[in-house]
Design a protein around this ligand. Structure first.
Ligand code: NAP
Length: 319
């Protein structure tokens, strides 16, 4: 897999990144630790060098599984993790980093990201200056190599860059969720930042695996994904039926088509979440799929049949 720079940093990342929210178990159903470890190792064997986690994914469980799976190969990989919006005060950021280092069995984190902007989920609206004081100190100490943000809009990024170097934005981005294109993505491109797209398969909707009568298992948070609402879900099914012939013609799966569409955009990598090794291998192979200008235009039009009916709220879920 051809690596690319993470923003303006010296770090090289893979275009397909493995997402490990699933490995954290909470908010998903039927996740098995052994399968998670195998999935992470299969990702590395398939050329994925870069892994995304967060302290909030199972209260450190995802980081611990990642640390276990990468034992012996850590130096050949790039680890991104995140501090949650309830830990943005100076000492809390330092504490979150120390816990992550311990969980991940490493002495440095390649990319440490602010998971949600200050004030999210009713948490304290800690001034960005304070959070960045801690992040900059961690960077000076070599405990983190680069700083990223997630779920920030353009205005929030403009404020944040006054206090530190930011190399990446992690927004939701897929054929079915394109809010980032309006303002945040152009800002990233103007400023040499990478876009690390989360939910690039729209949490599985773009794989076509959820038919019209699908019911998510108890505990699977995707029942709160707004694409699952009847009015959107019907359009999702319509769009999938138009994407299927394109995928068949190219000899790829719908999921691979969705990932290839995301990484066809400049400065953009796809964080593909997976629960097992089979899924990871398929996702890694999407890096080899090349789309023509005609393919991209056709997919763009199909995606818009879903996205043009969504409101301006960039958050995928209504809890
Ligand atoms: N920064 C943030 O706020 C934020 C938010 C969300 C996610 N993320 C990150 O982004 C990652 C990816 O996002 P996501 O998990 O929400 O969405 P996603 O990657 O679009 O979808 C993942 C789901 O798609 C299905 N899937 C994956 N590969 C498949 C394959 N080859 N064949 C069939 N189905 C497949 C699986 O569903 P099943 O489980 O049903 O098998 C999997 O759980 C996360 O793991 C996390 O690291 C970050």
């Amino acid at each position: 897999m051809e690596l690319q720079p993470l923003g303006t940093s010296q770090i090289q990342i893979s275009p397909i990144i493995m997402g490990t929210w699933q490995a954290g178990k909470t908010m998903w159903a039927d996740i098995d630790d052994k399968q998670s470890v195998k999935a992470i190792q299969a990702a590395f064997d398939a050329g994925i060098t870069t892994f995304d986690s967060a302290e909030v994914y199972g209260n450190g469980h995802s980081e611990r599984i990642l640390g276990k799976a990468l034992k012996g190969i850590r130096q050949e990989t790039v680890i991104a993790t995140k501090v949650f919006s309830n830990h943005l005060k100076f000492n809390q950021v330092i504490g979150a980093c120390e816990r992550a280092l311990n969980n991940l069995r490493t002495d440095y984190i390649d990319l440490f990201q602010i998971h949600w902007p200050p004030g999210s989920f009713g948490h304290a609206a800690v001034p960005m200056e304070e959070t960045f004081k801690a992040l900059n100190q961690l960077k000076d100490q070599g405990k983190i190599r680069a700083i990223g943000v997630s779920n920030f809009n353009r205005e929030q990024m403009e404020e944040a860059v006054q206090f530190g170097d930011i190399v990446s934005l992690q927004p939701p981005y897929s054929l079915f969720w394109r809010h980032v294109e309006a303002e945040a993505a152009p800002y990233c491109r103007e400023n040499g930042m990478s876009i690390l797209a989360y939910s690039p398969m729209a949490q599985g909707f773009l794989t076509g695996k959820f038919g019209p009568d699908h019911q998510f298992k108890k505990g699977d948070h995707r029942s709160a994904n707004r694409l699952f609402r009847p009015e959107h879900f019907q359009r999702v099914q319509g769009a999938l039926s138009r994407l299927r012939p394109l995928a068949d013609e190219m000899g790829v799966t719908l999921g691979q088509l969705a990932l290839a569409w995301v990484i066809a955009h400049p400065n953009t990598c796809a964080i593909a979440g997976a629960r097992n090794a089979d899924q990871v291998r398929q996702n890694a192979a999407a890096a080899q799929v090349s789309l023509s200008a005609d393919d991209l235009a056709a997919m763009d039009a199909i995606g818009r049949s879903v996205t043009e009916h969504l409101d301006d709220d960039p958050v995928q879920w209504k809890w």
